[in-house]
Design a protein around this ligand. Structure first.
Ligand SMILES: *Cc1c(COP(=O)(O)O)cnc(C)c1O
Length: 225
């Protein structure tokens, strides 16, 4: 785990891009560093990683300002659910928010970006398996919700994100998200985690989110939804 596991994932992504006729470097690796402390993240930064994902605003606020002081060009993605009372801090800390999924959040992020004079890239999270416990807009509402974000709130929605159901084959869900992204005129597709990032690349992922394959197992926390 750590640096050598990171290099293995990078190599796997390159091989996978090649095998699927995709351009090398087309898939961004978002290193999911949630629950891991700065000491464990620094070796991965030293290995060259610059795109990281965190699922909690408070945790990111505690870890990343110091790491940003030590390393240039870090891009931080929020991949966990966002409460509107954390919008100000989220806009301040993150470069990309992947979890826009309701009008209240769209409104709060829009207001904060104007206030802070920032224009983050935003992805809409889609509840691709229509699971009751999961965040995200339902697939059938995605086109309308993306339009609402763009037109009413001037949000720069450039991608869709999904977490497929745990106990199902992810491929049909990845394919579904890819089709939706075309209907929504979204360039980016954030899909695929440690267990299925190769399948996701096959189906056109632009961003894969990989945590445990790089850092090892996490201590049990609240399941991310
Ligand atoms: C934790 C998390 C990941 C990373 O999961 P691994 O299986 O450890 O790679 C990816 N995406 C989201 C939204 C997560 O919460």
């Amino acid at each position: 785990m750590g640096k050598s596991a990171y290099h293995d994932v990078v190599t796997d992504i390159e091989i996978c891009e090649k095998n699927n006729g995709r351009a090398g470097g087309e898939t961004a690796l978002v290193v999911v560093s949630k629950t891991f402390p700065g000491e464990q993240i620094i070796p991965i930064l030293n290995a060259g990683a610059r795109i990281f994902g965190e699922n909690r605003v408070q945790e990111a606020a505690a870890k990343w300002p110091q790491l940003r002081d030590q390393f240039d060009s870090i891009k931080l993605h929020l991949i966990g659910p966002l409460q509107s009372n954390k919008a100000a801090e989220a806009v301040k800390l993150f470069d990309v928010i992947q979890t826009i999924d309701r009008e209240k959040i769209a409104a709060a992020i829009s207001k904060e970006m104007k206030k802070q004079n920032k224009n983050l890239q935003l992805f809409v999270q889609v509840n691709i398996g229509c699971e009751e416990q999961k965040a995200g807009v339902l697939p059938q509402d995605a086109v309308e919700f993306v339009s609402l974000c763009r037109e009413k709130y001037q949000l720069r929605v450039t991608g869709l994100m999904c977490i497929p159901p745990n106990n199902e084959s992810p491929a049909p869900h990845f394919e579904h998200l890819r089709n939706l992204s075309k209907m929504c005129d979204c360039q980016y597709l954030s899909m695929g985690m440690s267990a299925d990032y190769k399948t996701a690349i096959e189906f056109g992922a632009s961003h894969v989110r990989v945590g445990s394959a790089i850092f090892g197992k996490r201590e049990a926390t609240k399941p991310s939804v």
